[in-house]
Write a protein that binds this ligand. Sequence first.
Ligand SMILES: [Cu+2]
Length: 296
Amino acid sequence: MVEKRGMRGLVAPSLLALALTAACGKKEEAPAAGADAGAAPAAGAVTANPVDAATAGNVHGMVKFTGTAPKPTPIDMSDEPTCQTAHGGKAVKQDVVVDGSGNLANVFVYVKSGLDPALKFPAGEPAELDQQGCEYSPHIVALSVGQTLKVKNGDTFLHNINATPTTNRGFNRSQPNQGMEFETSFTAPEVMIPVRCDVHGWMSAYIGVTDNPYHAVSGTDGSFTLDRLPPGKYTLEAWHEVYGTATQDVTVETGKTAEVTFSFDGKKAALVPTGPTLVVDHHAGTLRRVEAVTQQ
Ligand SMILES: [Cu+2]
């Protein structure tokens, strides 16, 4: 099945207006009224890692796919010829990425419970979400509460970034020109926040936000690491956008690396719910909310 959910016909007039506005030489578009302009670090924010490296341990893990791996789903990017060409006409969805050894990529893994609640962690260095060739990079973003996320447009044409959390505040911002960038952050843990582009309906990413720095995304070899954990017993959760969640208990000991393996058998989970969508009303200069939908 070819994935093609371009909605250019629906949104082109308003997006064209945005593009024209931004063509006046502004480096960054002004956020629409009510948009999340990004949060500055809170006063008195934690700056030092509270975990003693001398007594800490690590987790190394693998995510395996034990079912029959589906063939990658092609994406028809002919609505955006530049992207169609960039991928040689062979773009595929990033939802299920399994290598020849049954390793599953793009799985968000994090410490769900077991940490001492008294431990307060710094938000960490800024993370990035780029848009390149009509794809989000990375496809899965791992973020801490309060950590800055830099959203960039590496393409030469319009994208918009429509984040629809159910716990945090959503946003919907456009980036008509190459090199545009804005910063945002999230105030509460949430696994996961869907991100879409209304111009290119195939563009999809997810952001996982945790209140600790122990999160990772499995690579194309299925591996992930969680470093510098205090000794103790933890429950890890692994999340995949198609196959849902799995949990594992792990014991971390000083100076050692605990090994963990998650397995997904290919049974599909429920679709990720989305929060209210913010729609830009360019006539009124405001954002309005539409009811929450379950993404297709
Ligand atoms: Cu786009």
